[in-house]
Write a protein that binds this ligand. Structure first.
Ligand code: TXE
Length: 480
């Protein structure tokens, strides 16, 4: 049974508590490794190491920091297959998905910020003949990065890369549900020659190791992705300490389909945006609104396709639907399907746990589920389910669908399908979300601002937004 270790001060070390807890294999529901049960003592060791490394790292030429991040990106690329297998085993997602989405994106994240930092410039303001102002963007110091279980290495690296590129030293905690690829990354950091203490990875429970990171007075900024409720708690801790906070939280994203859309393209992509990663992506479109003339054609064609999406062994090359990430999450998703039935919904397909054969029979599999007949403002359509469950609803006018789409507390992403150019732009303009995809989904340019409004978060990641988050601006005014 493999034991994972914290990565602190450039070394793989035991947790101070000398205790570990179970890490599960979602495909079989069994324990397959052990995670360090870290606490504030481990976080203190990590902060000490980060503090000691900061002077050298923050004054290292950006080209040198860039070289190390680029080397790390190359090592992830070299170990892509190993990391994809590990990600699939730890999260339950199909290995095919980890191989084409998760790990390549981790490669891109480090590569992108290794180069972005070389082009990150600031501004100057001349006051005619009297003075010149220039803006310095200095690294903050020791920062915290806390990431979730749905896209483990993808989101872990999305935070760490800009933090390091900007010259900060990092104390990072992956989700205790999916720690494996962060642990494997530790080994690659050592191989890449990352200076000791620049990146420290502390494994453990959110309420213990995670809370200790947020509470630590020397951690001046925290970048978090996870649940809205957790984010609110984290903000309550950090705000009175005047820490910078980036919060990427939950979503309940509308997928708006007008009758004039490119039907085949829409259907193919809607299957993806509904069920990719078993629906466990904060950007998935879980509320599907279809203009009434197209509703029945869409419903019948969509359900037909969804019925062909069979949950299977994530390790099999042909699997497109894997296991959900944990027993608790499976039960949460199944409870929402039950709620949908109680709220008057009709389950058109799926709706139950799938029991596979052999060692997989104790795995956590849910059949992809499509539900119709629910009111747009019922709990099923207002609360984040974060599993392979979508609802479909007809609409008659643009005003009506915008009211329904904007009716939740969330505002992360939205998808719009129409060939009507001005309508596409008008609807995008009126949607309460941080990201709008028109006639596509999850098409990502890493330079773009990424994040949500309302209960979907605060701040933006991506491109220079991320480098600005991980630096402090200082204006220097020089009298001429
Ligand atoms: O998130 P949590 P989980 C949603 C989704 C899911 C729900 C909870 O609805 O069901 O959030 O998922 C750490 N101080 N999303 O359990 O609990 C925790 O250890 C500091 C949307 O993953 O928020 C983990 O590393 N840290 C999301 C991270 O926070 C704490 C993706 C996320 O855990 C902490 C995943 C604390 N007090 C879930 N408590 C998205 N937007 O993509 C927990 N953590």
């Amino acid at each position: 049974m493999e034991k994972l270790y914290n990565y602190i001060g450039g070394k793989l070390i035991d947790p101070v508590s000398n205790t570990w807890f179970d890490n599960f294999h979602p495909a079989t529901g069994t324990v397959y490794s052990h995670i360090p049960d870290s606490d504030q003592r481990d976080v203190q060791l990590a902060v000490d190491a980060a503090e000691a490394a900061f002077p050298a790292w923050s004054t290292l030429a950006a080209e040198k920091r860039s070289e190390i991040l680029s080397r790390l990106s190359d090592l992830i690329k070299r170990d892509l297959e190993l990391l994809a297998q590990a990600e699939s085993k730890d999260n339950g997602k199909p290995v095919s998905l980890a191989r084409i989405v998760d790990i390549p994106r981790a490669v891109s994240n480090f590569e992108f910020f290794a180069t972005a930092i070389l082009h990150f410039a600031t501004e100057a303001h001349a006051m005619e003949s009297s003075a010149i102002n220039y803006t310095l963007r200095q690294p903050i110091g020791v920062v915290g990065c806390i990431s979730p279980w749905n896209l483990p290495l993808y989101l872990f690296s999305w935070k760490i890369a800009p933090a390091l590129a900007a010259g900060n030293c990092v104390v990072a905690k992956p989700s205790e549900v999916t720690p494996m690829t962060a642990y494997l990354l530790s080994k690659l950091c050592i191989e890449a020659g990352m200076p000791a203490g620049v990146l420290n990875i502390v494994h453990g429970l959110g309420g213990k190791a995670g809370q200790a990171i947020v509470e630590h007075p020397k951690i001046k900024a925290v970048s978090f992705t996870g649940g809205t409720k957790t984010g609110a708690g984290l903000a309550a801790t950090a705000a009175p300490m005047f820490k910078k906070l980036s919060l990427e939280l939950g979503g309940k994203n509308p997928n708006i389909i007008f009758a004039d859309c490119d039907f085949d393209a829409m259907l193919k992509t809607t299957l993806q945006s509904s069920f990719a990663n078993q629906g466990q992506i904060c950007l998935c479109g879980s509320r599907i609104f279809v203009e009434r003339p197209l509703y029945e054609k869409f419903r019948d064609a969509f359900v037909e396709k969804v019925k062909q999406l069979k949950p299977g062994n994530p390790a099999d090359e042909g699997t497109r639907m894997g296991a959900v990430v944990s027993q608790a999450h499976m039960e949460k998703v199944l409870s929402y399907i039950q709620l949908a039935r109680e709220e008057g919904g009709t389950v058109l397909c799926g709706g139950e746990r799938v029991v596979l054969e052999g060692e997989l029979k104790t795995g956590w599999y849910i059949a992809p589920t499509v539900i119709e007949g629910l009111a747009f403002d019922c709990r099923t359509n207002q609360e984040e389910i974060f599993g392979p469950v979508v609802t479909i609803m007809p609409f008659d006018t643009e005003e009506e669908v915008l009211e329904m789409a904007n009716s939740t507390v969330y505002g992360l992403a939205a998808t719009v399908w129409t060939q009507h150019l001005t309508r596409a732009h008008r609807v995008a303009n009126n949607l309460q979300s941080g990201i709008v995809w028109i006639n596509c989904w999850l098409l990502r340019d890493l330079r773009t601002p990424f994040g949500g409004v309302k209960a979907s978060g605060v701040g933006r990641e991506g491109g220079f937004e991320a480098l600005r988050f991980f630096t402090e601006a200082k204006n220097v005014c020089v009298k001429l």
